[in-house]
Design a protein around this ligand. Structure first.
Ligand code: ADP
Ligand code: MG
Length: 674
């Protein structure tokens, strides 16, 4: 049971004070489907945010199962949000580059649940919303209605007592909107669902209580709840609630009838279906009994991670902006976005560290406003709808997705940031696990044995065809961003926590690396191709054939690749600066990377990169930082930088900072030629 007492909240912008909530008093039953209606700006979102603990009122009180939240500490709010509340937003807030399954699992990562269980529960939640067959897809391969169902599965996976939905159908067409509403009312069969909408028709059809907000005040309530009245009485009179589909029992603590009798009364009445005893853990638990089962503290604070892996963005040749764009955004979504408006939380638990290592907070040279991107990604951004209304009826309306995105790009001054972080003033070491500086250097890694020709393994040649040959929606798009080589975290302690060494040892020097197996201890044929164990050219041929719908000659790829084979594998790293030699004119430099004989020579002289160990994620780790393939040390990059500073091509460029050594023209000239 939730009580709101005289909530007030205003926003100050400059001298102007906007009252968002102006004395809202409302009580909610443990089990009802409430629709909040009201014009834009009437305070609906603010009300939902306060209810969900994402925001706090200036005055007034929020009472959860008889316990005031006045004395809630930030850890109590974390528990409340992570274990008792599920959020659903209009713009889905899904992470584009992660699978549907990972998107849902993420909600559990934040609650500190072990990996195997996470996967199982996420799968179950997705099956419940009818997406069992789409778990491996990425959000951009789904329709709007399906994306919203993923968001609903994400909201449900923690089995929350309360689901808050802010205009969940706002971006959907009528029919898919109805499907989502069906799903929501099914969810409402055994918990409290509060939905904000400005569609009265939907509200009256589905909800069993309508609350109207006007200028931050409750102007109407179709089914008010007086504290002390039995929760069931009014419910029977309301709109039909679809008979209960109960989620399979979870590890949740059974309802404690003695603690909160009202919760039990409420849940037993609905549709005559007895919910599984696990469904209705009273919210009160958060504050009252932190030691029992699911009532434990959330081990993830709300400030999580903003995984903006823009490493690739606009730096790599040969990839279209969009492919780079689709592949390089990763966002921890809601949690992080909302955390930014909630301030930094001091409370950092183990799981948070783990999560941050797999989805680190990245600060990149170019960045942009996430929310706008998320809205664009939804395809039905509000701004484009408005634009459509404004134009001449004869003109096909344009939605300016690309220009909106591009004008949103901002540049960060990373040099100053690094100076600050390096200075004593920042004291940043206390706040972070590890800082890694990425210099945008991707080591050129080759198969050491050149008897069958020059095989470059990193950056993989596969990427080229993938981004040129197929669009980013296709089934192969995941290859576009997969790379078998990666730099590993500079934090051995964290790696030890997450990984066990299956054979050999961790690398200690710049020219050593490890082979990372998949979590179940396997290695995929894709990785074997990418490492040059199987011939990467063969895979490229097959992919090209597949793209052109030709018959594919799939080799019987079963080979035996032993631990010993792996530990005998050495790659060759050729420094980029050595790809160039002085031309005959004695002035300009020529790229020799297409010259096989020259490259064979360079590969023979390159830095050998030797696999010294094989590692695999621990079953007990709640997250793992590395992906399958090869992980090399940051030292390797430093070594390459060091080596480059002494190379003839770099020295030549440094001597003539204004002239491009490849063309002999000044940079000014080159720019004006464009
Ligand atoms: P609704 O969801 O009903 O459209 P909101 O709760 O978002 O309304 O907003 C209520 C009022 O508070 C509006 O006038 C809005 O402009 C104002 N408001 C909301 N959030 C902020 C904010 N972060 N800063 C300033 N004003 C805000
Ligand atoms: Mg709103």
């Amino acid at each position: 049971m939730i009580e709101l007492k005289e909530l007030r909240k205003s926003y100050k912008t400059g001298d102007f004070v906007q009252k968002a909530l102006d004395g809202v008093s409302l009580n909610f039953r443990d089990n009802e489907f409430v629709a909040v209606l009201g014009p834009s700006g009437s305070g609906k979102t603010t009300l939902l945010n306060v209810l969900g603990g994402l925001d706090h009122a200036d005055t007034g009180e929020l009472v959860i199962n008889g316990v005031s939240t006045k004395d809630y500490k930030s850890a109590d709010w974390d528990t409340y949000r992570n274990h008792h509340i599920g959020f659903i937003f209009q713009s889905y807030n899904l992470i584009p580059h992660q699978s549907v399954l990972s998107n849902v699992e993420l909600a559990l990562t934040l609650s500190g649940i072990p990996r195997a269980e996470r996967k199982e529960r996420a799968t179950r939640a997705l099956e419940r919303v009818g997406l069992g067959e789409h778990v491996d897809k990425r959000p951009n391969q789904l329709s709007g209605g399906q994306m919203q169902r993923v968001a609903i599965a994400r909201a449900l996976v923690n089995d929350p007592d309360i689901v808050l939905a802010d205009e969940p159908t706002g971006a959907l067409d009528t029919e898919t909107g109805l499907q989502v509403m069906d799903l929501l009312s099914e969810i409402a069969s055994d918990r409290l669902v509060i939905m904000v909408t400005h569609n009265p028709e939907l509200a009256y059809t589905y909800a069993n209580r309508i609350v109207k907000l006007t200028d931050g005040r409750v102007s109407d309530d179709s089914n008010p709840f007086e504290i002390g009245a039995p929760q069931s009485a009014t419910q029977a009179a309301g709109a039909p609630i679809v008979g209960g589909v109960n989620p399979a029992p979870t590890d949740a603590t059974p309802v404690q009838a003695t603690d909160v009798p009202s919760a039990v009364v409420g849940t037993q009445i609905v549709g005559g279906v007895n919910p599984a005893p696990t469904d209705a853990t009273p919210v009160q638990a958060a504050a009252a009994a932190p030691s029992k089962g699911r009532k434990k503290h959330a081990s993830m604070s709300f400030l999580t991670a903003l995984a903006l892996s823009f490493n690739n963005l606009m730096t790599k040749k040969g990839r279209t902006f969009l492919t780079a764009f689709a592949g390089s955004i990763g966002i921890i979504g809601i949690a992080a976005i909302l955390a930014l408006s909630n301030g930094v939380n001091n409370y950092i638990a183990k799981v948070e560290e783990d999560t941050l290592s797999s989805t680190p907070l990245s600060i990149t040279k170019s960045s942009f406003d996430i929310t706008s991107i998320m809205t664009q990604a939804g395809g039905y951004s509000r701004s484009s709808t408005e634009q459509q209304a404004a134009v001449d009826a004869n003109v096909i309306p344009e939605s300016t997705v690309m220009s909106d995105i591009l004008t949103d790009v901002k540049n960060n001054d990373l040099v100053s940031l690094k100076k600050f972080l390096d200075s004593e003033e920042s004291d940043v070491d206390k706040l972070v696990n590890a800082i890694t500086y990425n210099y945008g250097i991707e080591p050129q890694i080759f198969k050491q044995d050149t008897s069958n020709g020059v095989k470059r393994l990193n950056p993989g040649t596969l990427k080229g065809i993938v981004s040129n040959g197929i669009n980013s929606m296709s089934m192969f798009s995941s290859f576009g961003t997969t790379n078998a080589f990666q730099e590993m975290l500079d934090d051995q302690e964290l790696l030890d926590k997450q990984y066990e060494v299956v054979d050999g040892r961790w690398p200690e020097k710049y020219d050593e690396c490890v082979l990372v197996l998949s979590d179940n201890g396997r290695i995929s044929d894709y990785t074997l191709y990418a490492l040059g164990v199987l011939d990467p050219d063969k895979l490229e041929e097959m992919l090209k054939a597949a793209i052109q719908s030709e018959e594919i000659d799939v080799p019987d790829a079963h080979i035996e690749f032993t631990y010993e084979d792996a530990l005998n594998l050495t790659f060759s790293v050729v420094n980029q600066c050595n790809l160039y030699t002085l031309s005959g004119d004695g002035k300009t430099w020529t790229d020799r990377s297409d010259d096989t004989d020259y490259m064979k020579e360079q590969i023979a002289q390159g830095t050998p990169l030797k696999i010294v160990g094989i590692v695999k994620g621990r079953d007990t780790a709640s997250s793992t930082a590395l992906s399958e393939g090869i992980a090399y040390r940051h030292d390797l990059i430093l070594h390459l930088i060091d080596e480059a500073s002494a190379s003839p091509s770099v020295i030549a460029q440094e001597e003539k900072p204004d002239t491009d050594i490849f063309t002999g023209k000044t940079f000014d000239e080159l720019q004006n030629n464009d």
